[in-house]
Design a protein around this ligand. Structure first.
Ligand code: GDG
Length: 480
């Protein structure tokens, strides 16, 4: 059996059997344990000087290989091009795109440098699976270094419509780089369609739907396959965690504080793509339009910090603090706080228990590749008395979780109406919706997602030596 090599920007901290790691990390780690293999990526360390060295740690059949980044590389590759250019553009926020040519050079340089670090660790029959937008040029860099192994790529975030992608000046270089992979995985069919649209209408390539469900792409002198692979969770494990936490301190504290009031629950990294301000305003609209809900329901927003050194993230934090303060100032009473805005992280088990204790899961991103919180919320519910999921039509999860109340996050009244419907929904309807969604989550759990991708990657033809040279790939400069 070929070894599996996972490459991702960050290597997930895995605590064996522990509840700290999420489903994705566990799902990928399970695959590594089965086939044997390696997880390669940035250690999370930023070095002010010196030459970063790979640290290799063996855990049974799995090798973890991590390396630090120099400050300049971190600034250009991670903060700059990945998170100030690609992240907003891929989430349809062309207005937030900041582009600096030097950052793009740094992004390509770090991809080439990381690829050079990986090459000596590779064997001929390794299968390489690269994750996410930080590493779009990674296969191109490996090909330039003479690697002919099968290389797949999974994009965790949306792939934007062509007219939005055109806002990123080097859009053509990016899509050309993607075509050096053998298999491209997208979260949803609309993402795959957006990619195909670019290939046909902007790159002059062609796409063909194949009998096996994959799409064949011919562009930039390369032939590859693409498909949609909606990522899943382990619903039964989450349900166990949630149940185990039912009588735990966090849930007891929550219930004691609420005195029988209902709870609307949201959990998101504090990111402008998650639609938090719009969500707060829709909750305010509910209190405006339905005075009977006042003092009867509280909205708990857990929003751990993320990328706090970027301006757009400082801005969303300030806006959210202002909104929660304003709305609480308008409606709060001596014995009732309408919005609990909590800017910190909780343990995974605590979140699962809080999901189970709440009446509405309020998940309304403006754009999201998938949104695992939506899937975790459904998984955590008590099937006899489940909460209701209110879900944005712009989350990838909305393609599968059709038993949710699907809302448009730009429609404040529509969201307020959905909250009112959710809070009043009879138990039989809640049970039926939950049953459908749970069946879907079990059918497409994270193992199924991973196995489908790996099966398809193992089927694509291995690249012939010299194929990348024929496609005109230019070797990229190495880091200083
Ligand atoms: C990207 C894509 C795609 C959140 N707060 C805490 C915490 N979390 C966990 C959640 C969930 C995960 O983090 C967040 O996953 P999402 O899918 O919701 O969003 P992104 O972080 O933006 O993830 C997304 C995903 O990749 C996978 O492909 O679905 O579209 O943007 O698991 O529970 N976990 C803990 N404490 C917290 O306070 N322990």
């Amino acid at each position: 059996m070929s070894r599996l090599i996972i490459v991702s920007n960050r290597v997930a901290p895995i605590s064996e059997g522990g509840p700290a790691a999420g489903g994705l990390a566990v799902g990928v780690y399970d695959a590594l344990k089965e086939t044997g293999g390696m997880w390669f990526g940035w250690s999370g360390d930023v070095l002010s000087s010196g030459q970063p060295q790979i640290a290799v740690e063996e855990r049974g059949p799995v090798t973890f290989a991590t390396i630090g980044l120099l400050r300049r590389d971190y600034d250009q590759y991670y903060r700059g091009f990945s998170n100030a250019t690609l992240w907003p553009a891929f989430h349809y926020r062309a207005d937030l795109v900041q582009y600096d040519r030097h950052d793009f050079e740094g992004y390509r340089r770090v991809n080439a440098w990381l690829a050079q670090q990986l090459v000596p660790l590779l064997r001929d029959d390794d299968v390489i699976w690269v994750h996410d937008y930080h590493l779009i040029p990674f296969a191109q860099a490996l090909r330039a270094a003479g690697v002919h192994n099968r290389i797949g790529f999974f994009l965790h975030i949306p792939f934007p419509a062509s007219q939005v992608l055109l806002a990123v000046p080097p859009h053509r270089e990016l899509v050309e780089a993607l075509c050096s992979f053998d298999l491209l995985g997208f979260q949803t069919k609309p993402d795959l369609r957006a990619f195909c649209d670019y290939i046909v209408n902007e790159a002059g390539g062609s796409v063909e739907r194949l009998d096996d469900g994959l799409t064949r792409i011919d562009a930039f002198g390369q032939t590859l396959r693409a498909g949609d692979y909606p990522i899943g969770v382990y619903p039964d494990e989450i349900a166990e965690l949630a149940k185990a936490g039912e009588r735990g301190k966090p849930v007891r504290t929550l219930k004691a504080t609420l005195h029988g009031r209902k709870v609307i629950m949201s959990v998101d990294r504090l990111d402008y793509s998650k639609g938090l301000v719009e969500r707060f305003r829709a909750f305010e609209r509910l209190l405006d339009q339905a005075p009977s809900q006042r003092n009867r329901v509280s909205f708990v927003q857990i929003a751990p910090p993320t990328r706090a050194d970027l301006h757009a993230y400082q801005d969303i934090r300030l806006r959210l603090e202002a909104e929660s303060g304003r709305i609480n100032g308008r409606f709060a009473e001596l014995d009732w706080t309408p919005i609990w805005y909590i800017h910190r992280q909780y343990e995974r088990a605590v979140l699962a228990a809080l999901f189970r204790a709440s009446h509405v899961g309020y998940v309304t991103p403006l754009r999201d590749g998938m949104n695992l919180v939506a899937k975790e919320y459904v998984s955590a519910q008590d099937p006899d008395d489940p909460g209701v999921l209110v879900l944005s039509c712009f989350a990838g999860a909305a393609q599968e979780l059709t038993g949710a109340l699907i809302v448009n996050p730009f429609d404040t009244d529509g969201m307020a109406d959905a909250l009112a419907v959710a809070l009043a929904m009879p138990v039989a309807e809640r049970q039926a919706r939950h049953r459908d969604m749970l069946a879907q989550l079990r059918q497409n759990n994270v193992s199924v997602w991973r196995d489908r991708f790996m099966r398809d990657l193992s089927r694509v033809g291995k690249r012939e030596a010299g194929a990348s040279a024929a496609a005109g790939v230019v070797p990229m400069p190495l880091a200083d």
